[in-house]
Design a protein around this ligand. Sequence first.
Ligand code: NAP
Length: 323
Amino acid sequence: MPEEASCPRSRVVIVGSGPAGLTAAIYTARANLKPTLVNGVPAGGQLMITTDVENFPGFPEAIQGPELIERMRSQASRFGTQFVDDRVVSVDLSHRPFRLKLGTQGDLDADALILAMGANARWLNLPSEKRLMGHGVSACATCDGFFFRGKALACIGGGDSAMEEALFLTRFATHVTIVHRRSDLRASRIMVERARHHPKISFQLDSVVEEVLGDTVVEGVRIRNLKTGVSSVLPVQGMFVAIGYDPATDIVRGKLELDENGYIKTHRNTRTSVEGVFAAGDVYDHRYRQAISAAGLGCMAAIDAERWLEEQEAMLAKPTPAR
Ligand code: NAP
């Protein structure tokens, strides 16, 4: 068999540059593992499209999402993380070292791998939605709900996320209208009942959003009833899109265990089904999805990877028993 060509090899390669990946980089770098972090394109994850972050401990006056990422990045860099501005297009997890194929910069080998590619909120893909993102359009009630005290809001979707987000938003909003494209709600019965019985929530079913109105901030949402064809305007000051998330797990599909929604399955903390591969952040956590929880999971994955590498070295160092 022809010998495989050699390529740069790192003790730890981290894939993803959101809070999970960057925290894993800070920890593995401080453990002297000289990690390589492949940023992904675009780099920085969901915080790059977040304005004020008010719930990350240590920033009582709030911090802008991109600035928080930049600070984490310089902290990781200070301890020796090598950053690669590229994306991973495929991985070979069938033998160690693992081999990653990058978009433009060749291959990279890793003794241990930390997957922190995150998840992407689904959007309606309307130009007006994109234009007003961060100015009244959001996909995270926990992050942004607080900014909508005393406002009327629209929440889009018919699943558990939409019900949960709408219920959470009632703490601040005067009213929340759930807009769903069908008459049947996908959400679990208990969540639907909670939303139905809430005095601040109403439903616009069989309806889709045609346009988010407003020049610089959201001033309304134009919806169209699919059954009647009639368009109308909801006078709201914010729109929360809650139509699900897609974990960015394409590169590992079929190579390690994923759940039915495509999230990485972990066993024993951050260990995945492939020994030596660890997961951190929204790529497996679909429950909390917060910058701080992603950072915490990045720390855990780094410590798990470090201990696993130590175990491997200890095994190799063990003298072979005499025959
Ligand atoms: P989901 O169950 O996939 O629901 C997504 C909703 O968005 C569906 O109602 C879907 O409509 C709608 N939708 C999708 N694309 C759309 C588009 N382009 N335009 C308009 N509407 C669109 O996602 P999820 O609500 O995020 O839940 C994901 C998983 O997490 C589920 O298993 C859920 O049970 C779980 N979860 C549980 C909880 C809880 O128990 N507290 C909370 C959140 C999530 P259709 O119905 O017409 O397809």
